[in-house]
Design a binder for this molecule. Structure first.
Ligand code: GLV
Ligand code: MN
Ligand code: MN
Length: 406
């Protein structure tokens, strides 16, 4: 099976030697190398590869006599969170190419077009909005807003895309492309360890929790750390700290999850009270009412903390993804195809976001999970055993055989 060599060829790209984590951010040199890898991998397989107007990559196994039939698409993303693991995203792209190889080894060919996709800026690690490429494709974000998104250095998405040789004027919904897709199946490393507890290598996704990102900026007054009396301070760090703790408490009260994993401090001097602190809240809940209640609770406490410390609060919702129930018919069909291939696959919910969740508004989508023994993800410690990855290829090939070859 070709999985191991494909995996090895992608592995060095964008890995930081110091942390062992991946820094594959959109439109950077590491991203360009990943894109080159995608095109070369497609070319080696005689798949027709192109980038769509939103920077998403597609590798097509064309079926000229059946090109009017809706395609079956599989894939994931190649970008990473800061110091992310090797598997989140790439596992879905590599298994997709390896599953195509397996179909060919078995002498199978699709009776409708079959494609591998790699979506742009899925993690939102550089420009802040998760699943940006699939959102643009699926009309779930205004292209003008996407063009104006900035990274930490102030570079806009449009400028970064232009520098990488893509035209940002073309960004936006592509109903024609979506209309040609009959099903999208994304294989992904499990982000949790439920499968390990069930002694199963493969799972099938049931639904994605609603989730989103909020920015909270507290602005106070910079001053001297050694001379400003405690009572005279307007320290935004104190309001930010209270909000981080409030998020944790609110998450526990609402049966949800809340995380502040990113914070910027200005001006960032050891011996100065900061002038402003920006925190980003990642919030997720089993249903939309609980997500709303959680975020309202955190914002109320953030406002109270701001008043208590004499600072101002400015906040904005950066992205929200509603709850996604994956297509039940496709899910049942995948479970049946896996069972026929001798693979028991429990059905699981997930708190992680995916392009399959965004595309679900337009196209029947489904997901396969590959067991993660520790459950750790968004970390260099993320891992799947090689044998489970190979079972992932076999599982995906079984699903593609059912959806595309019959
Ligand atoms: C993507 O991995 C997300 O859920 O943030
Ligand atoms: Mn991720
Ligand atoms: Mn992912």
């Amino acid at each position: 099976m070709s999985f191991a060599s494909l995996w090895e060829s992608l592995l060095p790209i964008g890995r930081d030697a110091g942390t062992g984590g991946y820094r594959r951010y959109s439109w950077t040199p590491a991203d360009a190398e990943c894109r080159r890898w995608f095109f070369e991998t497609a070319a080696e397989r005689n798949l027709r590869a192109d980038a769509d107007r939103n920077g998403n990559l597609w590798a097509w196994w064309d079926v000229p006599w059946a090109d009017s039939e809706a395609a079956v698409v599989t894939g994931s993303h190649l970008d990473s969170v800061p110091d992310g693991g090797a598997y989140d995203g790439p596992l879905g792209v590599v298994t997709a190419f390896a599953a195509i190889d397996l179909l060919r080894e078995r002498g199978l060919a699709p009776v409708r077009p079959l494609a591998v996709a790699a979506f742009c800026e899925e993690e939102g690690a550089r420009f802040g909005v998760a699943c940006l490429g699939s959102r643009l494709l699926a009309d779930a974000i205004d292209p003008a807003r996407a063009r104006a998104l900035t990274d930490a250095g102030g570079t806009t998405f449009a400028a970064a895309m232009t520098a990488a040789g893509h035209d940002p004027a073309a960004l936006g919904p592509d109903p024609g492309l979506l209309a040609g897709v009959g099903a999208y199946v994304e294989l992904h490393i499990e982000q949790g360890c439920a499968l390990a507890g069930m002694d199963a290598a493969i799972g099938v996704a049931e639904r994605i929790w609603p989730h989103g990102r909020w920015r909270l900026t507290f602005t106070g007054r910079a001053d001297h750390a050694g001379t400003t009396r405690l009572g005279d301070r307007r320290d935004p760090m104190l309001a930010a700290a209270a909000t981080v703790l409030a998020a944790r408490g609110a998450a526990a009260r609402h049966g949800a999850l809340a995380t502040v994993g990113k914070l910027t401090v200005d001006p960032g001097a050891v011996n100065a009270i900061s002038s402003s602190v920006t925190t980003w809240l990642d919030a997720r809940a089993p249903d939309e009412a609980r997500l709303r209640a959680l975020v309202d609770d955190v914002l109320t406490q953030a406002r109270t903390a701001a008043v208590a410390h004499g600072v101002t609060l400015d906040h904005a919702q950066e992205s929200v993804t509603q709850a996604v129930d994956f297509d039940a018919a496709l899910r049942d069909r995948m479970v049946a195809a896996l069972a026929a291939a001798g693979i028991r696959a429990p059905v699981l919910p997930t708190g992680a976001g995916h392009d399959a969740g965004v595309l679900a508004a337009w196209v029947p989508t489904g997901m396969l999970f590959v067991r993660n023994p520790t459950g750790v993800s968004h970390s260099p410690a993320e891992h799947a055993e090689p044998g489970d990855c190979l079972t992932g290829v076999t599982a995906l090939a079984a699903v593609l055989t059912d959806l595309a070859c019959s």
